[in-house]
Design a protein around this ligand. Structure first.
Ligand code: MG
Length: 266
């Protein structure tokens, strides 16, 4: 009798957990500019250390910003200004050599950043910063794709693209359609993006407050939905309830606490 009861309890628990899995989809955490608000990364955003700490903590993804210098070198820095430099895009790489991040690192090259990806699985959420013309945007994006190929990391499971530049998103849609490609600006509906072959959106949370229907609309079109940059528990919960696929945050541990078993891991 006792054995039958435990078996029945086991079956019930399994059924409940299956039901739970179906209605509670997993949500990914993207560490914004890496996981930098911690001692290990010493507050250094977009540093190799912040990427490494995001990997060490097992977050699904780590976001970072890519710019190109005047001598066509790809670097990881938010920019365009940093410290005494007004615009990293207007100077050659060696003019940036004196800049030190709070943890002592220099501005990382994209090549070094991509090399760090080998350490452990963590989606590279690669933001391509706008440059000064559609032609330059295309040149920068092509160079990023070529470098990823050269490094053996041109793989939709390892890297995805985000950009405020519509030209960049359209370029990715045409030249790398198999990759997740999210537009950041927030001024286009999912249907408009979809019509241009762009398969995702990554919008400021206020945009989803103004257009709560865009999450379902995007999902119906098979698009991915990411939200930036959510650092407060209340807003995180709001976005979880709204049904986004990924939350981009400077507070990934707080997001982990809220998501619990619903966190999507690499
Ligand atoms: Mg960014």
């Amino acid at each position: 009798m006792k054995r039958t009861c435990s078996l029945a309890a086991l079956i019930l628990a399994a059924a409940l957990s299956l039901t739970g899995c179906q209605c509670q989809k997993k949500i990914a955490i993207g560490a914004h500019r890496g996981f930098w608000r911690c001692d290990e990364a010493a507050q250094a955003q977009n540093s190799i250390a912040s990427f490494r700490v995001a990997q060490d903590n097992g977050f699904w993804g780590s976001e970072f910003d890519v710019n190109m210098t005047a001598d066509d070198q790809l670097i990881v820095v938010h920019g365009p200004a940093i410290q005494d430099v007004e615009d990293v895009r207007a100077l050659p790489l060696d003019s940036l050599a004196h800049i030190k991040l709070p943890n002592g690192e220099g501005i990382p090259t994209l090549a070094a950043y991509i090399d760090q990806a080998a350490a452990s699985p963590c989606m590279m959420v690669l933001e391509i910063k706008p440059h000064d013309s559609p032609e330059r945007d295309a040149f920068v994006t092509r160079a990023i794709i070529d470098l990823l190929k050269e490094k053996g990391r041109f793989d939709p499971k390892q890297v995805m693209f985000i950009s405020f530049s519509y030209d960049v998103c359209r370029y990715i849609a045409e030249n790398a359609p198999e990759f997740t490609n999210q537009y950041l600006e927030g001024d286009k509906s999912p249907a408009e993006l979809h019509a241009d072959g762009i398969n995702g959106l990554d919008y400021y949370y206020e945009v989803f407050r103004a257009h709560p229907e865009w999450v379902a609309e995007a999902h119906k079109l098979g698009m991915s939905v990411n939200v930036w940059t959510v650092d407060e528990a209340e807003v995180m919960q709001e976005m979880i309830d709204a049904g986004v696929d990924c939350i981009t945050t400077n507070e990934p541990l707080l997001c982990r606490e809220l998501l619990g078993s619903r966190e999507r891991r690499p």
